[in-house]
Design a protein. Structure first.
Ligand code: ATP
Length: 287
């Protein structure tokens, strides 16, 4: 049996860090939404009882450290599945980019194997299992647009933002999320207007969304990598209606509802950056 699952990236429309917890995680409050930049995962059952993994991109592990492998292993062990599975990831989402590439692969494997192995788990049950792999996995299981609190697993779903283009630039460096958290000065954060952003989304007020795009991690990533700040400035200069960094970076994205402006942004950025993408915002739950 064989199945192809799409694993879309997420971007953060807002990202706030509320505090550090005793268990080492941080409490966050962020609005996440899915975009149509997706890995394509092929799942194939194997006769031999093993998990095989292959990826089209060199910088991603092809062993038990791959989050997609971890997802398959977790399900296999929890439900005592004695059949094997081959996972082939056609990687389109930039790696270590702030787009939850690994988490969305893991989530897609959970959804795909739930069907292949006929486990009949609900999306909520899959999300709970996904949390054992990483904080962003529960959101990636569902997709859509949500306010995420706690470690990122407490999800409140809200409507999709109005249709728009998303122009993403991944500057040529990887950023470690752990590193950025360690450098954040929690006492000096300028907190995003999360409730204002939710109201703007509910009112389908595109301009209101653009002016409220904000991420507390920007200052830290910009300090470590001044080029990322320059990319943001260029994107604003080239006509992005709203521009912000996603996750801990270094990906910066711009929103616009104007197709020719999206193309102009893409062409201007392509002149000096290798990884530039123009995609549609998805914002709706999977399935
Ligand atoms: P986050 O925003 O959740 O921190 P990210 O988008 O910044 O994630 P990823 O692309 O998920 O970063 O990669 C982070 C690390 O995870 C990399 O070091 C990568 O080698 C590892 N990794 C494990 N599995 C995968 C996968 N399936 N796809 C991409 N990276 C993976």
């Amino acid at each position: 049996m064989q199945k192809i699952v799409k694993a879309p990236a997420k971007v953060n429309l807002t990202l706030d860090v509320i505090g550090k917890r005793d268990d080492g995680f941080h409490d966050v409050e962020m609005i996440m939404t899915t975009v149509d930049l997706a890995d394509r995962i092929q799942l194939k059952t194997l006769k031999e009882d093993q998990i095989k993994i292959d990826v089209t991109q060199g910088f991603v592990p092809t062993n038990e450290n791959n989050l997609a492998y971890k997802a398959a292993k977790l399900l296999k062990d929890k439900f005592s599945i004695d059949k094997g599975i081959s996972i082939f990831i056609d990687k389109k989402i930039p790696v270590s980019a702030g787009l939850a590439g690994g988490s969305t692969d893991a989530a897609a494997v959970l959804r795909g194997l739930n069907d292949i192995w006929e486990l009949q788990l609900s999306m909520e049950e899959l999300a709970e299992i996904g949390l054992e792999i990483g904080s962003d996995v529960p959101f990636c299981v569902h997709g859509g647009t949500a306010i995420a609190r706690g470690r990122g697993e407490k999800l409140e779903f809200i409507p999709a933002p109005p249709p728009c283009w998303v122009v993403l630039v991944k500057p040529p460096m990887g950023v470690s999320t752990k590193d950025i958290y360690e450098r954040l000065n929690l006492k000096e954060l300028k907190h995003p207007d999360t409730s204002g952003m939710v109201a703007a989304i509910q009112a389908q007020d595109f301009k209101g969304i653009c002016i409220r795009l904000e991420n507390v991690m920007e200052t830290v990533t910009f300090e470590l990598h001044p080029n990322v700040k320059k990319v943001k400035e260029k994107m604003m200069q080239y006509g992005g209606d709203g521009v912000v960094m996603s996750g801990s970076g270094p990906t910066v994205f711009a929103l616009t509802q104007n197709e020719s402006r999206a193309v102009r942004l893409y062409n201007s950025l392509k002149g000096f950056m290798e990884q530039v993408y123009v995609v549609r915002l998805l914002g709706k739950k999977h399935g």
